[in-house]
Design a protein around this ligand. Sequence first.
Ligand code: NAD
Ligand code: G6P
Ligand code: MN
Length: 430
Amino acid sequence: ALKITVIGGGSSYTPEIIEGLIERHHQLPVAELYLVDIEAGREKLNIVGALAQRMIEQAGLDIDIHLTLDREEAIKEADFIITQFRVGLLDARIQDEKIPLQYNCLGQETTGAGGMAKALRTIPVILDICADIERLAPEAWLINFTNPSGIITETVLKHTDVQCIGLCNVPVVMHNTCAEMLEVERKEIELDLIGLNHLVWGRDVIYKGQSQLDKILSRLLSGEQISVSNISDFPWEEDLLKSLELLPCPYHKYYYQTSKILEEEIEAAENEGTRGEVVKKLEKELFKLYQDPNLREKPAMLDERGGHFYSEAACDLINAIYNDLGTTHYLNVPNNGVIDSLPDDAVIERTCLVNQSGPHPFNSEKLEPKIRGLIQVVKDYEILTIQAGVNGYYDAAYQALLLHPLVDSNSVKPLLDDILAANSEYLPQF
Ligand code: NAD
Ligand code: G6P
Ligand code: MN
């Protein structure tokens, strides 16, 4: 029987994980589920934990749910540990979005300047968690969602002995939307996906051995979308898609249609608020719903969050490892030669086969020049960000921002200084 631990258990996303575990209980015999949080999240943990209890009860399952602030107890001898915490909570996210905007740069919590800020806050915490895992559950698999997911996963793999796999819901959304467009079952298609987290392309969509990429691209050209709620879904520029001949992910809007999305962000910030501010309101509503003692299932409103389907990725992955399934998944794993222009220890997002021994990324053709450079430069920003996050190196942070295509090079120093000052309580390494 399994012990599963969720760090950041007070997250409003937790009912999705619970639903995923309930749906798979025939294959995944979970005996103990630990939801762990910190003092600042105690109230959220109690509310979401009570809902989790009711959901499990309703399903007639015998899972012991523990709500705790004791991380060591939660980690001890766990089989799978899922990390979904947010250091500094939504107020820190809102800063990540607003500070770059002051310098006319995109404010996004997972890439560019905002992504770096979130990484710098998160790295000391994840290293601390991993020290606990090394001591108390050295055999456990760490399944990381905490953003920036690729950077955090690479930090763990480079600097600790913990076996870690990084996840994101974006590939799942891409997969599921393609299946809908083709009107086939999800399990009948497979995407050839390659790139970095939030910078991933679909090279092909395969159904019964046949490429369906052209069909999908023409659907996108006719205005249909592969979208997540946190990113504006204006249609792709026609020439862009036609010449790309690959399936972009929603985050490519930032790189390919930069000024358009920046304009929208500035306008949104002045009106309904940044995404973090919108999520703050949504979260309030969600927690109101969660407190209804008659609620015994995941409410539909949760699907309005950008991370929709994240638990499908997590529960399917756990299932594949635990039951040695040999199924394909889209994962953040060490490159190990898959992309020849990147170091072996750089984490990439790639279609992988998963069995009991873990993830095995598919080999790849050489990268096309049209995507190779962008991957390289963003990976170098990530490598430098990790150096800065682990060691408190100011110069590495500076050079990382200087490299990033979404950061205005003239603003690097004041922008970085603002970020470091605004986050100082979370940056013991600096
Ligand atoms: P949230 O603000 O609700 O935070 C989740 C919980 O983390 C809170 O209850 C908070 O108290 C707790 N927390 C904060 N610091 C902690 C610490 N040091 N130890 C343990 N718990 C701590 O955030 P959310 O919107 O639920 O998102 C959680 C995380 O998951 C974020 O990092 C987000 O970016 C990420 N996320 C990733 C994906 C993906 O595709 N990879 C999808 C959804 C969410
Ligand atoms: C998804 C990303 C996640 C991110 C989430 C934000 O697109 O894959 O990594 O955390 O959106 O959603 P939110 O509802 O918090 O804006
Ligand atoms: Mn993601």
